[in-house]
Design a protein around this ligand. Sequence first.
Ligand SMILES: [Zn+2]
Length: 288
Amino acid sequence: MPVTAHLLTALVIAFAAGACSPEPPSKPRAAPPAGADPAPIPAKTVVLTFDDAFRSHLDFVAPILGHHGFGATFFITARWMDDREHYLDFEGVAALHRLGFEIGNHTHDHTYHFSAEDAPALPGQIRRLDEALAAVGVPRPVTFGWTANSFGPEALGLLRDEGYRFARRGRGPEYPLSGLSRGARYDPRLHHRLLIPASVVNSEWTVPHFRSLAREAVAGTAMVFQFHGVPDHAGPHLSVRPDTFRAFMAVLAEEGFNVLAIRDLSRYGVERIPSQDPMTKVRYSSFD
Ligand SMILES: [Zn+2]
């Protein structure tokens, strides 16, 4: 296709994406850094993410990450905050922010937006969580976590309109949801920045499995891991025992991994790398 046709297509897509947004965001989220092209992602880069605002994230996980000097992204939802025994409230989320960790948006009510009919409710869910975070001094997130790791093209357009810089999905559809699972290695040349794949850690994972996946992180790529509760009372299959988690982090420390939050990927200019990701046109639901 000639360049002008590319431009025209891009304009049509941009117009269509803008037209389906109910209203513009109240203010833009932080822009990607300008200037000279930065170095690519270095070898041995791992991204840690933690979903659903479990109390164990502040009480147990954060001190271990802090001890090792690791970055991480915590994806917050208010869905289960009434259960104060097992989940954080917003003050707890603010404490994670003050410790230097990234706070990501995971919708206010943990709603699902992969279908065309459910996509329009996404901006309202995002903004409601943004407001609750702002009330405790947490800045507007720049990273979104797809609920149930499920996504669709309409919601993707709305996320873009909301100014999101990054969003993380899971292991599907490329890898099965059961067994000693894994997800694709994130490569900004292959994966759209709003569809970053992750390996979902479950109760079957062993230290050798975790180590072998982390070691796949060659230069230009990153291995992204998705944790839930440590341990997880709600979903035994997604639970990771505290001693196992400690061992996983020790592997990363002993082998000198570069351990980051998702937002830190902008250091390596990944937002400027054009990806050819067929997933931008895919509708995927982990419920199917
Ligand atoms: Zn979740």
